[in-house]
Design a protein around this ligand. Structure first.
Ligand SMILES: C[S@@+](CC[C@H](N)C(=O)[O-])C[C@H]1O[C@@H](n2cnc3c(N)ncnc32)[C@H](O)[C@@H]1O
Length: 260
């Protein structure tokens, strides 16, 4: 079990979809070719599949890989007849990733959990097999609100430090992970493109904003670097301003495409 909640993944999916860089997405689709095989790692309930499948030929074959049995079961429940292979496994066991015959590995909201050491091993493995990578929506450390609060910067700093703790792959590269990934891929001779894919959330994304804020507050509280009163004040201010039509929240992400 990973602790990623399917309701959280469902809330973010439409915002993820509209935030992806369209150019990189189209390049990734082209790289799959007519009947390529795609391995989606850290698939959750299948968000990347739902985003890409309609753009690909029906002959494209998918393997969805995750270690969370509940999320995989949900993916299976949603796509019982799509000819998808569902595979439960731990990405840390990189040698067992089924890369043979794979045209491209896809991932979304995954690499910001990963350590530089894991990224090294992963890039080494896809280089061995000459497989491309389309890794979308890696959090890059930016959180900005159109309606500012004096504690925004401090909260962002503490949250970003929390993102640099161990998320199951050794000490995470957190907001810098996308850069580490792009550098390692380039060093291995891949043709690498990156593009920003920020979430821009307005009042229509109120539920996602609320859940996002609650996750941020929980991480910041755990770090215990800001006073509880100050954090409570910040949370109340942020929640109150969500509904204001003029208010928006920008959360930075980066997409990375690497072709062999
Ligand atoms: C933030 S979620 C993203 C899910 C999905 N890609 C999406 O965009 O909705 C990260 C996913 O990575 C999976 N994951 C985390 N660590 C993993 C590991 N060591 N092995 C396999 N999957 C892992 C989690 O179970 C979760 O589904």
């Amino acid at each position: 079990m990973s602790g990623f909640d399917k309701d959280w993944l469902a809330l973010r999916e439409p915002v993820d979809q509209r935030s992806r860089d369209a150019g990189l997405l189209e390049h990734a689709v082209t790289a799959v070719g007519k009947d390529g095989h795609i391995l989606d790692i850290g698939c959750g309930t299948g968000s990347t599949y739902r985003t890409l499948a309609d753009r690909l030929s029906p002959a494209a074959a998918w393997t969805l890989f995750d270690y969370d049995a509940r999320l995989l079961a949900e993916a299976k429940r949603r796509h019982p007849d799509a000819g998808i292979a569902f595979l439960q496994g731990d990405l840390n066991d990189i040698a067992s990733l089924p890369l043979e015959g794979t045209a491209i590995v896809t991932a979304s909201a995954l690499f910001d959990l990963c350590s530089p050491a894991f990224i090294d091993r992963f890039v080494g493995r896809i280089r061995e097999q000459n497989v491309g990578l389309y890794a979308a929506l890696n959090y890059d450390g930016e959180m900005r609100w159109s309606v500012v609060h004096p504690l925004d910067e401090a909260v962002t700093e503490v949250f970003n430090d929390h993102q640099r703790t161990d998320k199951g792959f050794g000490t995470s590269a957190g907001p810098e992970a996308w850069q580490v990934l792009a550098e390692r891929l380039e060093a291995e001779g891949f043709a690498v493109s990156t593009a920003t894919s920020p979430w821009i959330m307005g009042a229509e994304d109120a539920d996602l904003q609320r859940m996002f804020l609650s996750g941020v507050a929980q991480a910041v509280r755990e770090a215990a670097r800001l006073s509880e009163d100050a954090l409570t004040d910040w949370c109340e201010f942020r929640v109150a301003s969500i509904e204001a039509t003029y208010s928006s929240c920008r959360v930075g992400h980066q997409d990375v495409l690497a072709l062999p």
